[in-house]
Design a protein around this ligand. Sequence first.
Ligand code: CP
Ligand code: NVA
Length: 312
Amino acid sequence: MTSSATPKPPRHLLTLDDWTADEIEQVLALARDLKRKAKFGERPPLLAGKMLAQVYDKPSLRTRVSFEAAMARLGGSSTFMTSKEAGLLGRESLPDVAAVLGRMVDAIVIRTFSQQLIEDVAAYAACPVINGLSDERHPCQALADLLTIREACGTLDGVRLVFVGDGNNVARSLAVASGKVGVAMTLCAPDGFSFDDTFAKGLKKTVPQLNITLTKDLKAAIKNADIIYTDVWASMGQESESSARKQAFAAYQITEQIMAAAPQSCRFLHCLPAHRGDEVTDGVMDGPQSLVYEQAENRMHLAKGLLVTLIG
Ligand code: CP
Ligand code: NVA
């Protein structure tokens, strides 16, 4: 007997806007469990026979290797290409590339400039598409950061997260994630670098419950911080603005003095790569409050939790 039922549409991670708190919790719980198992040398073959394609147009260490390691350690495999190599820059049409890739692999991670390109691939691929970073969003980073924040603070609810720097892809995804799980977020940025009006309006609609403060006053922002988080001042693709941004953000460097003005229990996070000496000093990066390497490691545990949720 043939079934006329249409297949369930794949669950994508393009932004966190359409992810519920329960879905996020499920991924975090899996990631935590798999992290604990990994510490005991356990590698359950939850992705045996599964295949991941990674399509990247920007450099990556953490995102690329976290997904590759997650697949390998859970029994699956992966392949890597640029979108030019995949054929997305004119060799054939985007719908053709996405449809073919989606029939050959179980999930696709894309890192590129345009958020729209990732969403277009998702529209034509019959498998989950994961945003590995666009100019606008970095949802995998935000999910992994929730894991790190929960480990550092014992909870997410009511945690005071202070993001100092550019209202960029990382800050945006952190804001949405914070709203979903009850983290209170402050974005501390100089004039012209806070969330733009369109994003701020959308944020209010997507996560009306989000406790968000937008300020340029660094001292006031960090006074009661549980977590101080920063990122590069010029993101990938903004290299030509580097020196102008260095000037604009000069007063926003995270120094030992800034950490000392925050509560003693405050922890420092950075998605990495860091530009040591710009947004953060060596003393903070390597200091006792820094969790940056644990945070980076959590990208891999999160990738496992995410992949098992989407294709396991
Ligand atoms: N944090 C992060 O996404 O690092 P990569 O650019 O190395 O992937
Ligand atoms: N905002 C940074 C994050 C890198 C992980 C960038 O887009 O370059």
